[in-house]
Ligand binder design. Structure first.
Ligand SMILES: C[S@@+](CC[C@H](N)C(=O)[O-])C[C@H]1O[C@@H](n2cnc3c(N)ncnc32)[C@H](O)[C@@H]1O
Length: 357
C-alpha cells in the first residue's frame, strides 16, 4: 500500500490506501489507535511510503492498535450540542480566522473536485454549521439549490440561514451518524471540522459512503493528532484528534477506494504540526463504481439505540455529568483558541528562515 506525500507540511500531501485489504473493524474508529506519533518509523500490518517534496522521507505507519480509548469530553452529541449552543454566537468571528481560513478551505475542498459537472453536482455538507464550508462549495461553482447543509445544532443552522449566499440551499437538522437521506443520493459528500465530535466516526464515514452514488466522492476535513505532550493532553481532553492513519483506515474499512489525504494548515504555522491542528487534513475516497447502497461494513445499531434499549434516559446525574464535561472540555478547548495566536505572534516576530517544526 503506497502513500505519496507531495510538498511541504501545511501544503499538500497525498496518500492512497487500497480498499481491498481493509479489516472489518468498527473499533478502528473511535476506539482508534492513540499512537504517540502518527507517523512512526515502525512497521504495522501495512506499510505506507511517504515521498516528500522538499524533504523526501520514507515512513512506515503502524496499524492502529485495538486498544479502546475513552470518548473525549466534548466527543458526544449532547455535549457538542451544548458546546455549539454558545459557540455559534461567535463561531464565524473567532474560529475561522484562527483555524480555518478561506485559503485553507479552498485548498481542503480542491480534492473534492466540486467544479466537475459545471454546477450540476448534488452535494451534501454534513456538520455544515454556520455554513462556512458550504460557502466554499458555492464558491467552487455548485449552485445553492443543489446543496444540502445539515447539522445537529439548530443554533449553528440559524446562522447559516441568515447568509444571503446560501439562499436556495436545503438546510436541515441531521445526525451525521444517521442521515435521513436515501442511499446513493449525492454526487459529493463534504464534511469539514465535524468528525471530531462524532462518538463513532467510523459510523459517520459509513453514512458518507451510503448516501453517495456509485463512483461519487466523499471529502472529509478534520483535525490531526498532536505529538507535543502538552498539546496532546489538551487535545485528548477536549475532542477527537485522529491520526492520519486512522482517517485512512476508517475510509478504507467503510469500502472507499482511492483514499487520499491532503495536509492543510494555517500559513503562519510554517508547516508546524506537532501541536496538532483543528483543520489539519482533507481526506477523500471514492465509492466503487459497481457498488450501491450501504457500506459493506455493518456496524449494527447506533449507540443511542442500544442505550434506549438499556433504559438509560435523561436523569439529574446524567445532566450534571454533561454539564461538567461541557465546562471541562471547553476549558481544554480554550488552549486551542490561544495556540493560533501564539503561532501567529511567533510567525510575526521570528525571522522567516526559522522553522517551527
Ligand atoms: C467546527 S464546526 C464546522 C462547521 C462548518 N463545517 C465549517 O466549516 O465551519 C462543527 C459542526 O459539526 C456539528 N456536529 C457535531 N456533531 C454532529 C453530528 N453528530 N451530526 C451533525 N453535525 C454535528 C456541530 O454542531 C458544528 O456545527
Amino acid at each position: 500500500m503506497m502513500v505519496r506525500w507531495h510538498g511541504r507540511c501545511g501544503a499538500t500531501a497525498a496518500s492512497t490506501a487500497a480498499a481491498a485489504s481493509a479489516p472489518m473493524r468498527s473499533t478502528a474508529g473511535r476506539a482508534g489507535a492513540r499512537r504517540r506519533d502518527h507517523a512512526r518509523l515502525v512497521g504495522g500490518r501495512r506499510s505506507h511510503r511517504l515521498v516528500g517534496g522538499r524533504r523526501s522521507q520514507q515512513v512506515l505507519l503502524a496499524s492502529p492498535s485495538a486498544a479502546a480509548s475513552p470518548l473525549r469530553l466534548i466527543q458526544h452529541k449532547r455535549e457538542a450540542w451544548w458546546f455549539y449552543r454558545y459557540l455559534s454566537l461567535v463561531y464565524d468571528k473567532i474560529v475561522n480566522p484562527g483555524h480555518w481560513t478561506e485559503a485553507m478551505r479552498d485548498e481542503a475542498l480542491a480534492p473534492a473536485k466540486l467544479s466537475e459537472g459545471e454546477g450540476s453536482l448534488r452535494v451534501v455538507d454534513v456538520g455544515g454549521g454556520t455554513g462556512f464550508s458550504t460557502l466554499g462549495i458555492v464558491a467552487a461553482g455548485v449552485a445553492p439549490e443543489r446543496i444540502t447543509l445539515v447539522d445537529q445544532s439548530p443554533h449553528q443552522l440559524k446562522k447559516a440561514r441568515g447568509k444571503a449566499a446560501l439562499e436556495g440551499c436545503t438546510i436541515q437538522e441531521e445526525d451525521a451518524e444517521d442521515l435521513s437521506f436515501a442511499s446513493d443520493s449525492f454526487d459529493r459528500y463534504v464534511s469539514c471540522g465535524s468528525i471530531e465530535y462524532w462518538p463513532d466516526p467510523q459510523r459517520g464515514i459509513c453514512e458518507a459512503y451510503r448516501v453517495i452514488k456509485p463512483g461519487a466522492l466523499a471529502c472529509m476535513v478534520g483535525p490531526v493528532h498532536p505529538t507535543h505532550p502538552f498539546s496532546r493532553m489538551m487535545a485528548d481532553a477536549w475532542m477527537l484528534f485522529p491520526t492520519e492513519q486512522e482517517y485512512i483506515d476508517w475510509f478504507t474499512a467503510a469500502g472507499f477506494e482511492d483514499v487520499k489525504l491532503t495536509r492543510i494548515g494555517p500559513s503562519w504555522y510554517r508547516g508546524c504540526r506537532k501541536h496538532g491542528l483543528i483543520m489539519g487534513c482533507s481526506v477523500t475516497g471514492i465509492k466503487p463504481v459497481g457498488a450501491t447502497g450501504q457500506s459493506p461494513l455493518d456496524l449494527g445499531p447506533k449507540a443511542e439505540a442500544a442505550a434506549a434499549e438499556g433504559g438509560s434516559g435523561v436523569t439529574w446525574s446524567n445532566a450534571m455529568r454533561t454539564l461538567a464535561r461541557v465546562v471541562l472540555g471547553s476549558t481544554a478547548g480554550l488552549y486551542y483558541f490561544l495556540l493560533p495566536i501564539y503561532m501567529w505572534l511567533k510567525n510575526l516576530l521570528l525571522p522567516k528562515s526559522i522553522s517551527f517544526k
